[in-house]
Design a protein around this ligand. Structure first.
Ligand code: NAD
Length: 499
């Protein structure tokens, strides 16, 4: 859609855009109880787009009350799944109808290329809501194999009030991964979008109301992590926190839960994905091209970005050369230009964080082969060149810590065993990839790599049918697929005596 547009037409659409900037509680747009707002800044040029309600404890309280009331009176939780399906399908249709507006909001708010927002993010959001809606009236409960003197039913029930606290890299999509299964199974929700990127979620909630999701079932409280986020984490009447974000904040949510009502917590945290290219990969050029996209897509702000490129020593030069060739052709620049392939970093803090990792890489002795600098500073926006390091050792900071930017660390290995050892030598375990023509090697690597997803001869593959989530400090709990519904439902045993 966006590819057919010119930058001028995208920019003129952007000028006409209205921003919803309040909290959405109990079916109404409201200001924060304190009256406070915060600047919503576009990373494209550093200019303020609008002022957004800065939700805090009192707003969270109001939203939880609205969500609890809706849950208790059954206006959504006790609807037949087929009825919830109809409403969610209407919502998906409305999201699709407003896809161009939502894509533009996403790009203005967080700096990803408009082509990606329009062709990847928003269609994936629509698909996620539709997929969960379609699934929910096709799931059966179980009857246990007891003797004839009893019937024991194992039933899944909605958990209650679910709060989702989400990051800024795929703002609406990360929320959709939680909303799809949680709403389909009958829960009420409060979403706390990241302070860097609240706009699409606020607008999506308005469309949810238009679709017929009853008041109080889907609430949005924009605001900061330490205020609104923490208030949700510590609330005594929130049953479950579904979090996507950094490991550091993920650990805080476990603490909040322990210090409050032992609410369920599921965490999707960061990653340091090893992308392992063996010399016998079916097509080294294809593997190297995928490696470049695997790190530079979405400016590298991807939790499963292939940030560690592990290459067998004898083909390392060839692979790195090809990665750089691809990187040099990438169009970095104005995210509103449909031809742009890499946009702006989400804010100046993130940009500076990435630049300091680049410095650290050099000071620890890694060899910077290309990139490494801020560019387009004259625009006022936050752009970084695609950056490739060679000669990285796995114990260097840039190989161990999540950079969340367009920075690739190349590490060499001698054989498959060494590759697996290096691949697993990280606190993370979100994803891994292996490229080889040898089926035995591929299978062994897939089994040995401690990660929630392992891709063989591809990178970042998957769809709504496959679970996504981490091992180790990448978190626990899975988004996507029917397994995601397990996070938002309790399993009840009903034993009926027939003796
Ligand atoms: P972040 O952890 O700083 O923030 C995530 C969310 O938590 C935001 O809504 C923020 O407001 C909130 N938050 C921040 N501090 C808080 C606090 N003290 N108490 C309660 N809430 C708080 O992460 P980010 O910088 O927005 O996102 C980047 C991180 O997210 C990366 O580490 C990335 O790997 C991770 N991520 C993971 C996945 C996944 O599926 N595993 C997907 C996307 C992003």
């Amino acid at each position: 859609m966006a590819a057919a547009l010119s930058i001028e037409s995208v920019k003129s659409q952007a000028k006409g855009l209205a921003y919803r900037n309040q909290a959405f509680i109990g079916g109404k747009f409201v200001d924060a109880a304190s009256g406070k707002t915060f600047d919503c800044t576009s990373p494209i040029d550093g200019k303020v787009l609008t002022q957004v309600a800065a939700g805090d404890k009192e707003d969270v309280d109001r939203a939880v009350k609205a969500a609890r009331a809706a849950f208790e009176d059954g206006r959504w939780s006790r609807q037949a799944p087929a009825k919830r399906k109809q409403v969610l399908l209407r919502w998906a249709d409305l999201l699709e109808k407003h896809a161009a507006e939502l894509a533009l909001l996403e790009t203005l708010d967080m700096g990803k290329p408009i082509g990606d927002s329009a062709r990847i993010d928003i269609p994936a959001v629509v698909n996620c809501i539709r997929w969960n809606a379609e699934a929910v009236d096709k799931i059966y409960d179980e009857v246990a194999p007891t003797g004839d003197d009893a019937v024991a039913m194992l039933v899944r029930e909605p958990m209650g009030v679910i709060a989702a606290v989400v990051p800024w890299n795929f703002p609406l999509l990360m929320a959709a991964w939680k909303m799809g299964p949680a709403l389909a199974t009958g829960n009420s929700m409060i979403i706390k979008p990241a302070e860097q990127s609240p706009l699409t979620m606020i607008r999506a909630a308005e469309l949810a109301a238009e679709a017929g999701i009853p008041d109080g079932v889907l609430n949005v409280v924009p605001g900061f992590g330490e205020t609104a986020g923490q208030a949700l984490g510590r609330h005594m009447d929130v049953d479950c926190i579904a979090f996507t974000g950094s490991g550091e904040v993920g650990k805080l949510f476990m603490k909040y839960s322990g210090e409050s009502n032992m609410k369920r917590v599921t965490l999707e945290c960061g990653g340091k994905t090893p992308n392992i290219i063996m010399a016998d990969a079916p097509d080294l050029d294809a593997a190297a091209t995928a490696a470049a996209w695997g790190i530079f897509f979405n400016q590298g702000e991807v939790c499963n970005a292939g940030s560690r490129l592990l290459v067998e020593d004898k083909v390392k030069d060839q692979v790195v050369e090809k990665v750089m060739q691809v990187a040099k052709t990438l169009r970095v620049g104005d995210p509103l230009d449909p031809a742009t392939q890499m946009g702006a970093m989400v804010d100046d803090t993130q940009m500076n964080r990435v630049l300091s990792y680049i410095e650290k890489g050099q000071s620890e002795g890694a060899k910077m082969k290309m990139g490494g600098k801020r560019i387009l500073g004259e625009t006022g926006g936050y752009y970084i060149e695609p950056t490739v390091f060679d000669g990285v050792k796995n114990d260097m900071t840039i190989a161990q810590e999540e950079i969340f930017g367009p920075v690739l660390s190349t590490i060499t290995f001698g054989d498959a065993d060494e590759a697996i050892k290096i691949g697993n030598d990280t606190i993370y375990g979100l994803a891994a990839a292996v490229w080889t023509s040898d089926i035995k090697k591929a299978h062994r690597a897939a089994k040995s790599l401690r990660a929630g997803s392992v891709w063989v001869n591809c990178f970042d593959a998957g769809d709504m049918t496959t679970p996504f989530g981490g091992y180790k400090q990448s978190g626990f709990g899975r988004d996507k697929s029917l397994h995601a519904m397990e996070k938002y439902t309790e399993l009840k045993t009903i034993w009926i005596d027939l003796s």
